[in-house]
Design a protein around this ligand. Structure first.
Ligand SMILES: [Ca+2]
Ligand SMILES: [Ca+2]
Ligand SMILES: [Ca+2]
Length: 308
């Protein structure tokens, strides 16, 4: 009887804990009519797979086989992002509705529960839990150069109260099967870029790349975001390459995360400044070349004098 009583108390305690925890994770649903708070606020609208793929690849870069897997309201275009997220325009993917990234920061737990599946590739990153509400944009493209570099910002409502928890919302950009969204060799996520929980406490992870928006200083709904990060990957020029961009909730369907990707850069050739160091071109290059030849001439004259 004693055993039964203690078992009953244990079950009641477990139910109580789980119930109270789950009620904290329902999140806040934004009104569908919510609109940006000012002309400078970031705003986003849903878009089709082909339109989003072409926007990312850039003008004149052939794309094909574009597909979106997930809820249609979870993928779209964004604009006026420079003041709040540091990238002007491009494609946004979210584990909630993309329209909800617009400012102001009205709730600490903005959520859309799509009850759509996660993604198997993202599950391999999570290892100890699984993903939900995944949105996946995939397409083929024919790049002009042998590498691709594009900017992105990861943001989330999981910041800062679920840092270092299992609600480690995750995303990845697989270029020909290899994830290039890394920080110090690890996939970018809530737990790999943050400034502690609560904000400013230890342990933290790569805090130099984290921007806190709990107070709503930035005109976006997202509580925390990264600085603009670079994704660099090798590609095969002139032939078909494949890219898969994916984001999802981790461990449950609540508290949205969104990733913003700069427009027009995935299929573009490497920038001229990257292809050739500045000092070897133009006036500086000529001066350095002239200086080098002058130095060689002096050395030859010195050798002749030494021999004589
Ligand atoms: Ca918020
Ligand atoms: Ca969700
Ligand atoms: Ca989440």
């Amino acid at each position: 009887m004693k055993l039964r009583t203690s078992a009953f108390i244990g079950i009641c305690f477990t139910l109580l804990v789980n119930t109270s925890y789950a009620s904290n994770r329902f999140g806040t649903t934004k009104s569908p009519a919510a609109s940006p708070s000012s002309p400078n606020a970031v705003s986003a609208l849903p878009g089709t797979a082909t339109a989003l793929a072409q926007l990312l690849a850039g003008p004149g870069v052939p794309i094909s086989n574009a597909t979106l897997t997930g809820d249609p309201s979870a993928a779209g275009t964004f604009s006026a992002g420079l003041p709040s997220i540091g990238i002007d325009s491009g494609v946004v993917l979210s584990s909630g509705r993309v329209a909800d990234v617009a400012g102001p920061n009205s709730a600490p737990d903005t959520t859309t529960d799509f009850s759509t599946p996660g993604d198997a590739d993202l599950d391999t990153i999570l290892t100890t839990t699984t993903s939900f509400d995944a949105i996946v944009l995939e397409f083929d493209f024919v790049p002009q150069g042998n590498s691709t570099t594009f900017s992105y910002v990861f943001s989330s409502e999981e910041y800062n109260e679920y840092v270092n928890s299992s609600f480690n919302d995750v995303f990845a950009f697989y270029v020909n099967g290899v994830n290039c969204a890394l920080v110090n060799g690890n996939p970018v996520s809530i737990n790999s870029i943050n400034n502690g929980n609560p904000f400013g406490s230890l342990p933290n992870s790569n805090p130099q790349f984290f921007v806190n928006n709990e107070s709503g200083t930035l005109d976006t709904e997202m509580d925390g975001l990264t600085t603009p990060l670079q994704c660099t990957a090798s590609v095969n020029p002139g032939v078909t390459n494949h890219i898969k961009l994916a984001i999802a909730d981790a461990d449950d369907t609540s508290l949205d995360s969104a990733v913003f990707i700069q427009a027009g850069s995935i299929g573009a050739p490497p920038a001229a400044t990257n292809a050739m160091p500045v000092p070897t071109t133009g006036l500086w290059g000529l001066l350095l070349l002239g200086g080098g030849l002058f130095g060689l001439g002096l050395t030859a004259i010195q050798r002749r004098i030494t021999r004589n």
